[in-house]
Design a protein. Sequence first.
Length: 294
Amino acid sequence: MKPAPFDYAAPDSLAEALSLAAAHGSDGKLLAGGQSLIPAMNFRLLQPAILIDLNRITGLGGIERTASGGLRMGAMTRQAQVERDARVAQFAPLLAEAMPQIAHPQIRNRGTIGGSMVHADPAAELPVVAVALDAVFEVASQHGRRRIEAKAFFQSLFMVDVAPDEILAAIEFPAWPTNSGWAFVEVARRRGDYALAGVAAVVTLDGGGKCRHARLVYLNLGDGPVDAQVAAGLLQNESLTPDAIEAAANHAAAHEIDPTGNIHASADFQRHLARVLTRRALTTAAARATHFPS
Ligand SMILES: Cc1cc2nc3c(=O)[nH]c(=O)nc-3n(C[C@H](O)[C@H](O)[C@H](O)COP(=O)(O)OP(=O)(O)OC[C@H]3O[C@@H](n4cnc5c(N)ncnc54)[C@H](O)[C@@H]3O)c2cc1C
């Protein structure tokens, strides 16, 4: 398939791109890495009148430490750069663990962190990590900038809180909490495929080794990142024993996810995967929290 005809603009500055986005509204589409947008155009699922290419704009990419010890990433930062940056492994280890599980290296070389967040595929890894780590999104328009918490940013299937005249500028991950362990695990039919199911787990221990706080966020088991707050709450003030982990996994799989099933996996099989992956993720996260306290 080939795309329908479209115009093309390659602005040199964010201001110029915002002006074009405002002028064309929902007739225009922003082009980042093109790894989701171009296939959708080739299948004619999308037929924008104009592509506004963000690739020439300097200042929209790159990774830096924030004053509060977190990480700020420009929306155009390539996924491969996030994957290889030593600061990501040190200060956002959950993100580092998820990166190699996204697609294939060739796709990560072009695909951007911002493009994946805005595309908001329910099977994508990055939105799940953003919710699990309470990331903050910074969106620019001609009227200024606004900041949106991850749980509000992802609205539903392929829907985020970014208007047609806005551009996602950056994503900020807060400082990594001390005494915390993490795990990102998923199951895909073949390496590089979108996962049938997956989960991000973060646990924070108190001084006595009990769980002070936990997060469990799922991919491809609902309309977007599924934040299983009740299951995670079951772990609070508990020792992370196999029984406690089992109880949380059972609750999340039975009550908090909403798998629809597809040609590769029935909804029942996705629930089974969620249960098994949650057990694995929490066991790994608990061990890491114990052995790597800061
Ligand atoms: C074969 C294949 C396998 C894949 N497997 C996976 C996988 O396992 N997991 C996974 O997560 N992804 C997967 N992907 C998708 C890949 O990660 C894409 O890179 C990503 O979804 C989109 O990023 P992009 O930079 O290419 O964005 P684009 O495709 O350029 O854009 C995607 C959407 O975001 C909008 N957009 C982009 N940047 C901005 C911005 N700064 N502000 C506002 N809107 C913006 C675009 O207008 C478009 O609507 C796969 C892709 C392919 C082709």
